[in-house]
Design a protein around this ligand. Structure first.
Ligand code: HEM
Length: 504
């Protein structure tokens, strides 16, 4: 007995000593690595931009970091700035953007720092890889997404979500003077249902507000939020160390990803058992050419991330702009009445194609409020951008669609105004140079869901604008964004909803 108790205290002593040295070592190692990282970034840079960034003094004048960057980029003759303390070159110059995204595409991959941040959640999914793995998925996904049958499938899903869930939900709130609705939350639920039905053939039913968000949606939300927060730590070594020790946010992230994994694998298993060859969702289509379940999970999760928050974000800003521009609401109603007549039916695909003003409004809204406000690449080799900016090997180069949409040089003196007409020539919608408007990125890696996203936005916009008056419940404030991969309005977008008389 005594022998066992002595042995156990000895073991306990050894274990405590080991833990002590392990934590001491990791602590000193992280401090050392952090210092090396910081020194490489020139933390002592005393230029105005770096001082303002480090002290946070920009917040006295601007609501969002993107607004401050826009201000700096507008002042810069080359439309490019360098935030030395972050080692980040930021550009709003379309020539630089074309050069990065097309001309020297091979020199500007997403890079390891980005794929490390999202790697645990996205694995080898298209959104997170470069090189051959990206090429293979891009080819396969382009073929699938380009087909008429998947476009019809996507349109059917969005139409049924609007008719059976979104409109009934808005109608149940409409006219109740005390009722205030968080439209951002509703649109996030709407787009999660949509993208899950499209990607997995699964209906999580998030849009029923009486129900809590589905387990899957919650785990997915938490995992993407915590992954995005990794990008905000002063050094990647911090989150990597937390991950190694399985503590704090990294522990939560691991749990959330485990939940996403379990649910995704369960869905894949069910689909295999039930048969996939006659199903129309993306997962079933990919199953015809990929047999590795982990790879399938990675591919589909990337689509979920790419297509969920982006559409919700674009629609939230769109309705926020409409609430401030009744003249645009009237013009959308006039155009749709002319093409569809006074019907309660939803517009068909063909009818929507004729609505040039609606298309212009959607594009104009994303010019001012792109869902992905900035996007970074990492330079493989030393380089010089077309505007003469020198780029050291390994430097992060960011292009900034939010700032680019607000450049007087590109859009004229009224660039800060919401004017759908700027997209129309003789009443017809005219697309812009994609490197001047890289809201969907541009070049070989342009968004694969662009057409689908625009159709979804137009369908929702039309259905709600024709049927409801939507007013900002807390008017005349600027949008404040929460940090993250996609632009989300802090505190949501609270609205009052009234059903229009002709539909009552
Ligand atoms: C308004 C909505 C949307 C916007 C603004 C948008 C924007 C973007 C942007 C900027 C990228 C490039 C990201 C990067 O490489 O860093 C991208 C990529 C991508 N998007 Fe979208 N997106 C939208 C909706 C969608 C939807 C609905 C889907 C899917 C059905 C989708 C699928 C994808 C995919 C698969 C990629 C990766 C393409 C590649 O890496 O080759 N997107 N999107």
């Amino acid at each position: 007995m005594e022998y066992y108790s002595e042995a156990s205290s000895w073991l306990h002593f050894m274990y405590t000593t080991f833990c002590f040295f392990f934590f001491a070592f990791t602590f000193f190692f992280s401090v050392f690595a952090f210092l090396v990282f910081i020194l490489r970034l020139r933390p002592c840079c005393d230029c105005d931009v770096c001082r303002s960034y480090l002290s946070g003094s920009w917040k006295m004048e601007f609501d969002n970091l993107s607004d401050w960057y826009t201000h700096l980029l507008r002042k810069s003759p080359s439309r490019t700035i360098h935030v030395h303390v972050l080692g980040n070159i930021i550009t709003a110059n379309p020539e630089n953007v074309e050069y990065m995204l097309k001309t020297r595409f091979d020199n500007y991959p997403k890079g390891k720092p980005f794929s490390a941040i999202l790697g645990d959640l996205l694995g080898r999914g298209i959104f997170n890889v470069d090189g051959d793995s990206w090429k293979f998925q891009r080819k396969m996904a382009s073929l699938e997404l380009g087909s008429v049958s998947i476009r019809t499938f996507a349109f059917e899903i969005v139409t049924s979500e609007i008719k059976n869930r979104l409109i009934p939900l808005m109608s149940s709130i409409a006219g109740r003077s005390e009722a205030i609705l968080d439209l951002q939350d509703v649109l996030r639920r709407f787009s999660f249902d949509n993208i899950c039905r499209f990607s997995f053939g699964l209906d999580p039913g998030c849009l029923q507000l009486s129900l809590p968000m589905s387990e899957f949606a919650e785990a997915f939300d938490l995992a993407s939020k915590l992954s995005a927060e990794r990008a905000m730590t002063a050094s990647p070594l911090i989150w990597k160390m937390k991950r190694l020790l399985n503590i704090g946010s990294e522990r939560k992230l691991k749990e959330a990803i485990k939940m996403v994994d379990e649910l995704a694998h369960e869905l894949i298993k069910q689909r295999r058992t039930a048969g996939f060859s006659t199903q129309r969702d993306l997962l079933s289509r990919f199953m015809c050419s990929v047999s590795d379940d982990q790879y399938l999970r990675d591919i589909v999760i990337s689509f979920l991330l790419a297509g969920r928050d982006t559409v919700a974000s674009a629609l939230t800003s769109f309705f926020w702009l409409l609430s401030q521009h009744p003249e645009v609401v009237s013009a959308i109603r006039e155009e749709s009445d002319r093409i569809m007549g006074q019907t309660e039916e939803q517009a068909s695909f063909e009818q929507m194609r004729e609505m040039h003003y609606l298309q212009a409004s959607v594009y104009e809204s994303m010019r001012l409020f792109p869902p992905i406000q900035f996007d970074s690449k990492f330079s493989l080799q030393e380089d010089v951008l077309p505007d003469g900016t020198f780029v050291r090997k390994g430097t992060r180069v960011t292009f900034h669609p939010y700032a680019m949409g607000r450049m007087e040089k590109a859009w004229g003196p009224d660039c800060l105004e919401f004017k759908p007409e700027r997209w129309l020539k003789n009443g017809e919608f005219m697309a812009e140079n994609p490197f001047k408007y890289p809201v969907f990125q541009a070049g070989p890696r342009v968004c694969l869901g662009k057409e689908m996203a625009v159709v979804q936005m137009k369908s929702v916009a039309l259905a709600l604008v024709r049927r409801f008056d939507i007013q900002d419940a807390v008017p005349s404030r600027a949008q404040r964004f929460a940090p993250g991969l996609t632009a989300t309005v802090r505190g949501g977008f609270q609205v009052r909803v009234h059903e229009r008389r002709q539909h009552q």
